[in-house]
Design a protein around this ligand. Structure first.
Ligand code: IPM
Ligand code: MN
Length: 353
């Protein structure tokens, strides 16, 4: 297994280091030969080369069997709307060039952490749903985009082709078949032409998956019901922008935002990354929670290598660290807490024990 490591910015490098310890331990335990190649992306890459996603990085990622990605973003760009290159462009380019058209973002609960949810316990206990967000189309990439000559008007274009909807929707249907067999198509078909194409396309596909119940819901209603009764959902499919917004909402429901992993899937390469961002305030302090990245490595063994036992062993040791309180300060509840690197060492040791 050739794994490309793209630590990126902020706490990215620290949390990736811990995932590498865990992946190495799994390799040793199960007798897999795993090699790593590291490359730069984001602000780190702009500083070094002027480009947020250099060709050399793309070559390493494209030649790998899976990519482990940390985070992207740096405050020095956030308040400068005129910056010519931005770290986020690196992420968008990477998704586009690697053909990562589906972003899989699960929300599930950890019994030892549900009390941290902003929602009442009966709403959140046992929540288990997954978003399939379209990732390489829609308003993020549509042309034309820009300003009029005077600079007084700005525009973005939302555009979807049928085939982009079909391939994303099929992933959602197939996931639903393996889960609770409920698929929710999230759109704004009462207003937007793109959404009407989404709905029509999903309606056409539905008869091919007779065991899956399909629901169609407007995005504003989903934003509401997601916090009112998140247990209503199983698999949700949606376009790029709606998915960006709703998956941030979803990531805090379980009370474990620092723990939520994600996978980006496509035509060949698969990429795995924590949902949290680059958290620049914590960078270099050895305090960031590495569990989301470690759980992303668990998703990697499952989705990229179809190695369920390896994947489960990682989730199990993460659960154990939560139960035994061997965690970073953000989830220690004022109790004893451990450094990022100590948590990584502990997880690796548990795997090898
Ligand atoms: C995400 C992020 C990115 C997005 C940004 C950093 C471009 O918010 O992965 O959700 O909007 O897709
Ligand atoms: Mn986002």
């Amino acid at each position: 297994m050739n794994i490309a490591l793209l630590p990126g910015d902020g706490i990215g490098p620290e949390v990736i280091d811990q995932a590498v310890k865990v992946v190495k331990a799994i390799g040793q335990k199960f007798g897999h030969k795993i090699t790593f190649k590291e490359a730069i992306v984001g602000a780190a890459a702009i500083d070094a080369t002027g480009e947020p996603y250099p060709d050399a990085t793309h070559e390493i990622a494209a030649a790998s069997d899976a990519v482990l990605f940390g985070a992207i973003g740096d405050p020095k760009y956030d308040n400068d709307p005129k910056a010519k290159v931005r770290p986020e462009q690196g992420l968008l380019l990477m998704r586009q060039k690697l053909g990562l058209f589906a972003n899989v973002r699960p929300t599930f609960t950890f019994p030892s952490l549900v009390h941290k949810s902003p929602l009442k316990l009966d709403r959140v206990d046992g929540v288990d749903f997954v978003f399939f967000r379209e990732l390489t189309g829609g308003i993020y990439f549509g042309e034309p985009r820009g300003r009029n000559e005077q600079g007084t008007k700005a525009f973005d274009t939302n555009v979807y082709s049928k085939h982009e909807i079909v391939r994303l929707a099929r992933m959602g249907f197939e996931a639903a078949q393996k889960r609770r067999k409920l698929l929710t198509c999230v759109d704004k078909a009462n207003v937007m032409a793109t959404s009407r194409l989404w709905r029509e396309t999903v309606q056409e596909l539905a008869p091919e998956y007779p065991d899956v119940k399909v629901e169609y819901e407007f995005v504003d209603a989903v934003a509401m019901r997601l916090i009112q009764w998140p247990k209503a959902y199983d698999v949700l499919i949606t376009e790029n922008l709606f998915g960006d917004i709703l998956t941030d909402e979803a990531s805090v429901i379980s009370g474990s935002m620092g723990l939520m992993p994600s996978a980006s899937l496509g035509t060949s390469i698969k990429l795995f990354e924590p949902i949290h961002g680059s958290y620049p305030q914590a960078a270099g302090k050895d305090i960031a929670n590495p569990l989301a990245t470690v759980l992303s490595a668990a998703m990697m063994f499952d989705y990229a290598f179809d190695l369920k036992e390896e994947s489960k062993m990682i989730s199990d040791v993460v659960n154990q660290s939560l139960e035994e309180g061997y965690v970073t300060e953000d989830i220690a509840d004022g109790g004893k807490s451990y450094k990022t690197s100590e948590v990584g060492d502990w997880l690796a040791a548990k795997i090898l024990a």
